[in-house]
Ligand binder design. Structure first.
Ligand code: 8DG
Ligand code: MG
Ligand code: MG
Length: 139
């Protein structure tokens, strides 16, 4: 098998006042942990495009004012699939403040909920834990 390489993940803080959208992962990486909507950066994509696309694919929500928030480097050797991610965290707001999230990929996520940042339920997905520990503030 080819030597594994670091990959780029994009995690999205969908900000609704002081709350963000969180879901429990169903995946070979971080299974059962709480994470932000997001996914892999596709070839040729901007970070903003990737953030908006993944949020739409996973929640059906449209986001605006998408901006860079933070970046972390995470080596996860102890996962079912050992991996190394550079995670670009982006932030955005709902284009319709009354829109409700849908769980459009139920095989990958148990469901979405709004939580008060930075009080993410445990256990937290490692890259998101690093974001919390960085002291990142929404405002
Ligand atoms: P894709 O392969 O369809 O692009 O993505 P996905 O099916 O949505 O995969 P994902 O597991 O949600 O995201 C891809 C990888 O991105 C994931 O295996 C690990 C990495 N990743 C981070 N941080 C975050 C995060 O905060 N949220 C999400 N969803 N993924 C993240 O490194
Ligand atoms: Mg996805
Ligand atoms: Mg995803």
């Amino acid at each position: 098998m080819a030597e594994p390489v670091p990959r780029v993940g994009v995690g999205v803080l969908i900000c609704k006042g002081s709350r963000v959208l969180i879901g429990r992962r169903r995946s070979s990486i971080g299974d059962g942990t709480y994470a932000l909507p997001g996914g892999h950066l596709d070839f040729g994509e901007t970070w903003e495009e990737c953030a908006a696309r993944e949020v739409m694919e996973e929640t059906g929500l449209s986001i605006v004012n998408v901006k860079f928030a933070h970046v972390v480097n995470t080596v996860m050797r102890d996962e079912k699939r050992p991996s190394h991610y550079i995670t670009i965290f982006m932030r955005g707001e709902l284009s319709d403040p009354n829109a409700l999230p849908e769980n459009l990929e139920p095989e990958k996520c148990d469901g979405w909920e709004w939580v008060e940042w930075p009080n993410v339920p445990l256990p937290v997905f490692r890259p998101l834990q690093s974001l919390v520990e960085s002291g990142y503030k929404l405002s």
